[in-house]
Design a protein around this ligand. Structure first.
Ligand code: ATP
Ligand code: MG
Length: 203
């Protein structure tokens, strides 16, 4: 049985199968506002990029495993959880897990590019909670401290706009969990990134 789980800006997410054997099919759908050949190139490139990054992170266990891939589709493991945005307001400490996952990504020179609480899924088995990252369509590899700082900046902005009541509590937890090799440099750069943001807001 096939069900549409979500139909977002870039992709439609289908769930196939039942119970324990469910799989997810992320299909990058045609966008009519884009010129045909540009649209195809973009959809293929994003699909390739996403599957490449999912593959390289698979061994760490916090991304869904890829089962099959196609030009416009990625078939992956179904993560039976809730979006972090539905859980973090009640439990800001969960941001610690975001920091831990992002440490592994940045230590591997992988930038997420779209770190929001909708792109994270929280699972619970017994008492054990686990956080998955998903949606790597805007991800890329980079060794630049600047790119890592911008990644954090986006997450911080997501907290401040969607979870403003607990944003600072959550951010403290995030920083506790975030311990990449060059943490100090990245956080120093984050201050510069944020100053730039404030300047832009005023002009
Ligand atoms: N492997 C998965 N297991 C369970 N749910 C998933 C999985 N992949 C995606 N989803 C669900 O589908 C939603 C959208 O997926 P994703 O973020 O990858 O696509 P998107 O095109 O960015 O969509 P949007 O524009 O809505 O963010 C996720 O927020 C999540 O709820
Ligand atoms: Mg998404």
């Amino acid at each position: 049985m096939r069900k549409v789980l979500s139909s977002g800006a870039e992709a439609t997410i289908y769930i196939d199968g039942a119970n324990k054997s469910q799989t997810v099919d992320k299909e990058r759908s045609k966008k009519n506002y884009r010129h045909n050949s540009i649209d195809e190139t973009l959809r293929k490139a994003r699909t390739r990029k996403e599957s490449k990054i999912l593959h390289s992170l698979e061994k760490y266990g916090f991304v869904p495993k890829i089962l099959k891939q196609d030009e416009y589709n990625i078939i992956m493991e179904y993560v039976d959880g809730v979006q972090l945005k539905k859980a973090i307001d009640k439990d800001p400490k969960l941001a610690l897990l975001v920091g831990k996952n992002l440490t592994i990504m940045h230590d591997n020179n992988i930038i997420h590019g779209d770190l929001t609480t909708s792109n994270m899924l929280l699972t619970k088995k017994g008492k054990i909670q686990k956080l998955y990252f998903i949606d790597f369509g805007l991800s890329y590899t980079s060794t630049r401290v600047e790119d890592m700082a911008v990644d954090i900046h986006l997450f911080k902005q997501a907290l401040e706009s969607k979870h403003y009541k607990i944003a600072s509590k959550a951010y403290i937890q995030f920083i506790k969990g975030y311990n990449p090799k060059n943490k100090k440099e990245i956080l120093e750069r984050l201050e510069i990134v944020e100053q730039r943001g404030r300047y832009k807001e005023k002009t």
